[in-house]
Write a protein that binds this ligand. Structure first.
Ligand code: LRH
Ligand code: MN
Length: 431
């Protein structure tokens, strides 16, 4: 395997931090043992955790107002993979990459597959894009894509999704995420039922092209770019469509796609109960689809989502395997640092959820001991599992402190020298 960062630099970094880590680890081991919990089991659990990286997240993002490019931006999919490999090498938790087409369309899929493999990476679900018009495109998506009144625009969007499946198949992916921004800005602009009927008709065409072992992920979003009615605006519509389309259609929950104060963990519980929870786009937000770093605004919500996932895994067994992906936009931080910290925060919520004493919780719920039931969750959330996450990294050959190690090796400065900024160009494809 080609390590992008010299492994001896990572070992040097770990050697300096090892003694303190082992002391913190031993202390936490004692605390957990008094609770009847085995720290080694939790560390093994942490080592097995994986979350996919968004290829579009390693370039600097922006808003409709502006994008302020960083230095050493990746200029093509190969450079995006190299940056993803750095994140995986230092966190040990991100060996999967989710590509977006046509932003990442490879001239030679086989070569890209081999390059990813040599970097220790493989491909998670691929994403189609019918929310932008590409140069030379025959039919515009200005008035929608899969729901457009224009049959030609709908067919064009269906064919694009089928092409994404074909590309993904050659790259070893097993899933297609379909998010469409289709909707209306004004009452009366479109017939709400008609739009959804056209959506389902188009999705049947895409569904029919899915290989037997593939899944299709329907991603709902409350608003933006449509500001009055979005065709797939909420989990209920997504669920109804997934039910209608068939067993290979599942629902994808992007944490930023809900109205403020939505109980997202309950949506997760519902979709899991009905066997339609396909996966996640993890990020955080305070207002809209802010795409901020996971766990940066409301880490308790992230924990509660994983608490529902842990409950579902207990109920549904090993077959319950939702896809975990990050979907973020890094406008003012180094994208690599943000993605590393975000992967660790999602991993943290996963391990904290495993700390919940579910037998005690069920007992308090049974007894309507509301206070103790709530405290049982808070106790797990308040437990600082950082030593477990760091030990998992060290044992996997990753960095005890990924961001500190990344800064020490000076990867960004190196890339700044190698990758002169392309004036005006947006490496990541997002504004
Ligand atoms: C839409 C979305 C979708 C992606 C895009 C980059 O807001 O979450 O998942 O296609 O961001
Ligand atoms: Mn998303």
């Amino acid at each position: 395997m080609d390590y992008v960062i010299n492994t001896s630099l990572v070992q040097q970094h770990n050697a300096v931090l090892r003694a303190d880590l082992e002391a913190d680890y031993a202390a936490l081991a004692g605390t957990l043992a008094r609770r009847g919990q085995d720290i080694e089991k939790l560390t093994t659990l942490a080592q097995g955790f994986q979350v996919a990286l968004p290829s579009w997240g390693v370039g600097t993002g922006g808003t409709r107002f502006a994008r302020f490019p960083g230095v050493g931006e990746p200029r093509n999919v190969e450079e995006k993979l190299a940056d993803c490999a750095v994140i995986n090498q230092l966190t040990g938790a991100t060996p999967l990459v989710s590509l977006h087409f046509p932003w990442d369309k490879p001239s030679d899929p086989k070569a890209l597959f081999e390059r990813a493999k040599s970097l220790g990476l493989s491909f998670d679900a691929v994403n189609s894009n019918t929310f932008q018009d590409q140069a030379g495109q025959a039919h515009t998506y200005k008035y929608g894509s899969l729901t457009a009144m224009s049959a030609a625009a709908r067919e064009q969007a269906v064919q694009h999704n089928i092409e994404c499946i074909e590309l993904g198949r050659q790259l070893g992916s097993k899933g297609l995420t379909v998010w469409v921004g289709d909707g209306a800005n004004f009452p009366g602009q479109s017939n709400l039922r008609g739009a959804l009927e056209r959506y389902l008709d188009s999705m049947r065409g895409i569904y029919a092209a899915l290989p037997a072992d593939w899944l299709m992920y329907i991603e709902h979003k409350l608003f933006e770019p449509a500001f009055y009615a979005t065709t797939i605006a909420d989990w209920g519509t997504s669920f109804a469509c997934a039910q209608t389309l068939g067993e290979k259609a599942k629902c994808l929950v992007d944490l930023g796609h809900h109205a403020p104060n939505t109980n997202i963990e309950m949506i997760v519980a519902r979709l899991a109960q009905f066997g339609k929870l396909g996966g996640f786009h993890f990020n955080d937000s305070k207002y809209g689809d802010d795409d901020l770093d996971s766990g940066s605004i409301d880490p308790f919500q992230l924990f509660l989502v994983f608490n529902e996932l842990a409950d579902a895994a207990l109920r549904d067994g090993p077959a319950f395997k939702p896809a975990y992906m990050l979907d973020q936009s890094h406008n003012v931080t180094d994208p690599i640092e943000s993605l590393m910290s975000s992967a660790v925060e999602v991993q943290r919520a996963y391990v904290q959820a495993a700390l919940v004493d579910r037998i005690a919780l069920a007992g308090f719920q049974e007894a309507n001991d509301v206070h103790q039931a709530a405290q049982t969750l808070k106790r797990a959330f308040r437990t600082d599992v950082s030593p477990i996450l760091a030990m998992a990294r060290m044992r996997s050959g990753a960095a005890v402190d990924p961001v500190a190690c990344y800064r020490t090796v000076g990867y960004r400065a190196q890339k700044a020298a190698e990758r002169p900024a392309k004036a005006g160009a947006s490496g990541s494809g997002i504004v």
